[in-house]
Write a protein that binds this ligand. Structure first.
Ligand code: HEM
Length: 393
């Protein structure tokens, strides 16, 4: 028997310095059991092993406690059924589809940035990172942009009040979730009757073996709001924070726009918006020399795995040595379905921000910090100061 480690994720010092927070987790070893009984897989080898063995590390069992009345498709589906959903969803979010949305999405972020560009200041979280991912989701699903703030309200209420969920959700979370379900249900009914040219309509139009029930569509759409909004909010905030704090990197990027891909992936590597993902073991299994019994709750720590390779400076953004293959989008069969779209959203934000505001800094005196404990990592606010666009000096 391995000893229990006196460790709680909530105690990790994340607020202003994730490097310290992730070291706090990793110091306990590659694989260890925390006092609450959860096993933590913290090294790249351990996380990779779990990703490669989805039948031993079950997602279905892990997400069954989420208190949601419909299946979270496809994240809570184990093999063999998982592949039938992914086959459909992968083609709905292929790079070709994301390319087709680009002009519309670029115009939307341009409008958001234009709203404050001449003022000389903004809060990049409040004015961009909170708003834009929800607009993208509404665009993808063919739902009205006017509903943005209502949707953000429900999703934030759920995220802020539910820490990776065991037990019954508190009433305010249940209420927000029910409102969101009602909203999505109404659009499912409308689009069944009158399909449009959007992802939701395309899924509802599937026929034969591929046809989905309303409960399946609802579970998928609900998962998209949980998986694809807060995470992108986090990623946009962190990318802007690193660029604001590092004028040299920003200059490099302005001189060579192709660096945007490496910048995005390096920031995702060191600041993963989804730092952990849950699993439950279905049998006794040995990971990196440690025996984990069947039916154990396991947490894959993507954040520490990202900093565990043999790079010289794993804690720094290093665009010269980008390696494909960080864990921030997960891995194996459940690898993030929205990775192309998420990268595109972040790129469009940075390109349109730099078009109007190439020179900016974190507002002196502000200390951007993350909300913690939380199932996702994102900045609470990011005040920026810059020369007003259009002003003559
Ligand atoms: C930077 C932003 C994002 C990050 C960091 C992120 C991270 C992740 C991670 C770590 C997983 C694996 C979960 C697991 O193994 O249990 C995942 C899965 C998933 N993500 Fe993302 N995600 C992001 C954006 C998005 C977006 C924009 C969408 C939707 C448009 C999305 C939809 C999904 C879905 C549907 C899954 C489940 C895939 C499956 O189970 O096969 N994600 N994401």
């Amino acid at each position: 028997m391995e000893p229990l480690i006196d460790f709680e994720m909530a105690d990790a010092p994340m607020a202003t310095d994730r490097t310290e927070g992730f070291r706090f987790i990793r110091q306990h070893g590659e694989v260890f059991q925390a006092v609450d009984g959860t096993w933590v897989l913290a090294s790249p080898e351990a996380v990779r092993f779990a990703h490669r063995n989805p039948l031993i590390f079950s997602s279905a069992k892990a997400f069954s406690s989420a208190g949601v009345p419909v299946p979270l498709i496809p994240v809570a589906i184990d093999p063999p059924d998982h592949v039938k959903y992914r086959r459909v969803l992968d083609r709905m979010l292929a790079p070709r589809v994301v390319n087709g949305m680009e002009d519309d999405l670029r115009a939307q972020i341009h409008e958001l940035v234009s709203a404050f560009a001449s003022t000389g200041e903004c809060d990049a979280v409040r004015d961009i990172a909170r708003l834009y991912p929800t607009q993208v989701f509404l665009t993808l699903f063919g739902m009205p942009l006017a509903d943005r703030d209502q949707l953000i309200g429900w999703v934030e209420t759920m995220n802020e009040n539910s820490i990776t969920g065991t037990g019954e959700p508190i009433p305010v979370v249940r209420e927000a979730a029910m409102s969101l379900f009602g909203y999505i249900k109404q659009h499912i009914a409308e689009k069944r009757a009158d399909p449009g040219d959007d992802m939701l309509s395309r899924i509802l139009s599937l026929t034969g073996d591929e046809e989905w029930s309303d409960a399946e569509v609802l579970g998928m759409a609900f998962l998209f709001t949980v998986a694809g909004l807060d995470t992108v909010t986090g990623a946009i905030g962190f990318t802007m924070l690193h660029l604001a704090q590092n004028p040299e990197l920003r200059q490099q990027l302005l001189a060579d726009p192709d660096l945007i891909g490496p910048v995005i992936d390096e920031v995702l590597r060191i600041e993963p918006p989804a730092p952990t993902t849950p699993r439950v073991t279905t049998e006794d299994v040995e990971v990196c020399g440690v025996l984990i019994p069947a039916n154990s709750a396991v947490m894959l720590c993507l954040a520490t795995a990202n900093r565990g390779d043999e790079r010289e400076h794993p804690d720094d953004v290093d665009v010269e040595h980008v390696k494909e293959g960080h864990f921030s989008f997960g891995g194996g069969i459940h690898r993030c379905l929205g990775a192309h779209l998420a990268r595109r959203e972040i790129r469009l934000v940075i390109e349109e921000f730099h078009r109007l505001i190439p020179d900016y800094e974190v507002t002196p005196g502000a200390e951007p910090s993350v909300v913690w404990p939380s199932s996702t990592l994102h900045l609470a606010s990011l005040p920026l100061t810059f020369p007003p666009a259009g002003a003559t000096s």
